[in-house]
Ligand binder design. Structure first.
Ligand code: GLA
Ligand code: ZN
Length: 683
């Protein structure tokens, strides 16, 4: 059986159910604040995230602090059994701060400084901003870090973006100088003799800009690395401030989905006690819920993998957002299913944005647990309350349990940055995420737990490692993958893998260790790009598959050729290859294939490698299986993301953890619903 992790929030070691609470909007309506507490209890809310955007109320004027209102709220919540996740307020500044110190406002890549407004757009380098943030964080910590109701620090809110001001330029120059040491090393790493862009003085180093330099790919990459570095450095000043008062309260920060933002979240691993993220899938869109559920599952898996332990889902919407192109309601059942999906993938919470809907300003139409009606008589409220009731039932057995994985897919943020700025071979799109998704699909659907890791991980515990389109090799990945295969692991790589080094310089030579040629048993000579309307084909295992986008033409050295191209001048050249290396095996797919190929290929591989599944059964359309494992039992989550009921055959009797019912041979799960089951006899 699996491990049980020590509690994420030791002062309240239970599944968290709560969300963002912004009472500063209702300071003139004490009756509303009273009513909130009653409604929270009705909704089985056990925690609130407080103070996220409270700076102007906490420090209405420079160095004038007002904590009395917050004292009352934290005390009152605690008396009612509701715990506080306390935020540092640095996500949005008060007006007075920007008015007095314009350096706190962010500068855009074209050099223009923002006016005051919005949020999340301050300079992370500004000494003034850091000083003011440290002051307010320290004051908050002194007041609340020893309060029995405060269980977790929520550092800032959704770190993101970048600043190009002169302070940031100086910090970037210093970072670059520390990294490279000499201008010669810099010019080599960035290949800046090309187009005569040679750096002759450190002061010439400047961030990429649409009105300046974008052609040096090593610079582009290093700038993104610096932005992550500087964001973490800023976050650490906040963490230091609150930990100085009480080191025992854990810290987290709420991350966003892996698709949109430009930070390398894996680098946050060591600075935080636990990982949390904000999850806003577009359920019920015309492309179908299964696709949405898959993407969402993949991000949950990545968040769990960052520290390889349970995480929190810090935000999701109780029903509709107000910012998606079409902000749809969640259909009945979808809300709880979405929370259960997070838990199935390793979350120990279901938290929302937000608890009470705001009355004005730009988020007034974002759904909330308590809507503008101000009552419990809404479908959304009742579904939230039901979710809270079920989480209470599951908590003792699920909280802190493990998600052991035998498969890892490498998703490397730095590789994404490099592909984003890579000019050629196919500027119509290389679709890195699409490639990751196609590789992930089979495992997600079939209940095979998959970690989403980056190049800095240790792969030794896995049976199968997949590196889709890993164009940029860094962090000694060649050695790690070589050792992994040598020692018996199975590796799958796909086209456009192992092309450049850490600073985006192409590897030279035919077959080289640097490109993993010996592990794959081949070397690549040319790569053809296909228009969207073009395709090639290959036949493997008696089935014909379509190939698109990129087609590598390679030379086998020691590999076995499992399938070949059927068209164009490279007909007959290898597509799928297999190479025995040491005690293991490496497969390489030379072209971009459709998801169908990956499903069939991994089905075969999963059975050869005897990968553990949640359940041995045929999985119906719309359904996904996932499992967690504690010291006592295997907890299986059957999730139905489509509107029609789905039936599964069972390999043995199972007991439903919520209803106590036992299913002998079959289980039917309603549309937008789920079941959490465990082998009968475990209860
Ligand atoms: C983000 C923010 C919240 C809120 C929600 C709306 O996740 O952290 O403050 O704006 O989006 O969906
Ligand atoms: Zn700046």
């Amino acid at each position: 059986m699996g491990r049980t992790f020590s509690p994420a929030t030791p002062q309240f070691p239970h599944m968290l159910h709560g969300g963002d609470y912004n009472p500063e909007q209702w300071m003139d309506s004490p009756e509303i604040l009273e009513e909130d507490i009653r409604l929270f209890r009705e909704a089985h809310i056990n925690c609130v995230s407080l103070g996220i955007f409270s700076w102007a109320n906490l420090e209405p004027q420079k160095d004038v602090y007002r904590f009395e209102w917050m004292d009352k709220i934290i005390d009152k919540l605690y008396e009612n059994g509701i715990y506080t996740v306390l935020a540092t307020p640095s996500g949005a500044r008060p007006q007075w701060l920007a008015q007095e110190y314009s350096e706190v406002l962010r500068v855009r890549p074209d050099g223009t400084r923002n006016l005051y407004g919005e949020r999340h757009n301050h300079c992370y380098t500004s000494p003034v901003y850091r000083e003011r943030v440290t002051k307010i964080d320290t004051a908050l910590a002194k007041r609340y870090a020893n309060h029995p109701g405060v269980i977790l620090w929520h550092i800032s809110n959704e770190f993101g973006g970048e600043c190009h001001c002169e302070l940031c330029q100086q910090a970037f120059r210093q970072w670059v100088q520390e990294k490279y040491g000499t201008l010669d090393a810099l010019n080599h790493a960035w290949w800046s003799h090309f187009w005569s862009h040679t750096y002759t003085d450190w002061s010439q180093v400047h961030s990429p800009s649409p009105i300046g330099e974008t052609s040096i790919h090593g610079l582009n990459l290093d700038w993104r690395r610096f932005v992550t570095h500087q964001t973490i450095d800023f976050m650490k000043t906040e963490i230091d401030a609150v930990k100085a008062v009480n080191p025992d309260i854990p810290v987290t920060t709420n991350m966003m989905t892996m698709y949109v933002y430009e930070l390398n979240y894996f680098k946050f691993r060591d600075a935080l006690d636990l990982i949390s993220w904000d999850n806003y899938p577009e359920w019920h869109n015309p492309w179908g819920n299964e696709e949405v559920a898959k993407d969402c599952a993949m991000t949950h898996d990545m968040m769990r993998s960052i520290q390889k332990k349970p995480f929190l889902m810090m935000e999701c919407t109780p029903s509709a957002t107000n910012w998606q192109s079409v902000s749809k309601l969640k259909k009945p059942g979808m809300h709880e299913l979405s929370v259960i999906q997070a838990i199935a993938h390793g979350a120990d919470s279901g938290q929302y944005f937000q608890l009470r809907q705001s009355r004005g300003s730009c988020e007034k139409f974002h759904s909330a647990v308590i809507s503008h009606t101000g009552t419990e008589n809404t479908r959304t409220f009742q579904e939230v309350a039901q979710t809270g009731t079920d989480l209470e039932k599951l908590s003792d057995r699920v909280y802190g349990s493990d998600s052991p994985a035998q498969v890892a897919i490498i998703f490397d943020t730095e590789n994404k940055w490099a592909l984003d700025c890579c000019r050629g071979p196919r500027n119509a799109g290389l679709d890195y995420f699409g490639n990751i998704r196609k590789n992930y699909s089979y495992f997600w659907k079939n209940g095979i737990t998959t970690d989403i890791v980056d190049s800095e991980f240790d792969f030794s515990g896995y049976k199968l490692v997949i590196a889709p389109m890993l164009y940029l090799f860094r962090a000694g990945i060649q050695d790690k993958l070589r050792r992994f295969v040598e020692q018996g692991g199975t590796l799958v790589t796909t086209c456009f893998t192992g092309v450049v080094n850490e600073t985006d310089l192409c590897f030279l030579g035919e077959a080289t260790e640097e490109k993993l040629s010996n592990v794959l048993g081949l070397w690549v000579e040319e790569t053809d790009s296909l228009y969207d309307c073009e395709s090639n084909h290959t036949t493997w295992n008696n089935k014909r598959y379509r190939l698109t986008e990129l087609c590598e033409i390679c030379h086998p050295t020691t590999c076995e050729v499992l399938s070949v191209y059927e068209e164009d001048f490279y007909a007959g050249a290898p597509v799928l290859t297999k190479n025995r290396f040491g005690k293991g095996t490496a497969y390489h797919l030379c072209a971009t294939a459709d998801e169908e190929f990956f499903r069939d290929f991994y089905e075969k591989l999963a059975s050869q490698l005897q990968l553990e599944r949640a359940l041995e059964t045929e999985v119906p359309k719309g359904v996904s299986l996932t499992w967690r494992e504690s010291e006592r039992e295997k907890l299986i989550f059957v999730q139905n993301f489509e509107g029609d009921a789905a039936a599964l055959e069972l390999d043995q009797p199972y007991t439903d953890m919520l209803t106590g019912e036992t299913y002998d041979k079959n289980l039917t799960v309603d549309g937008y619903s789920f079941a959490v089951i465990t082998p009968a006899g475990c209860i």
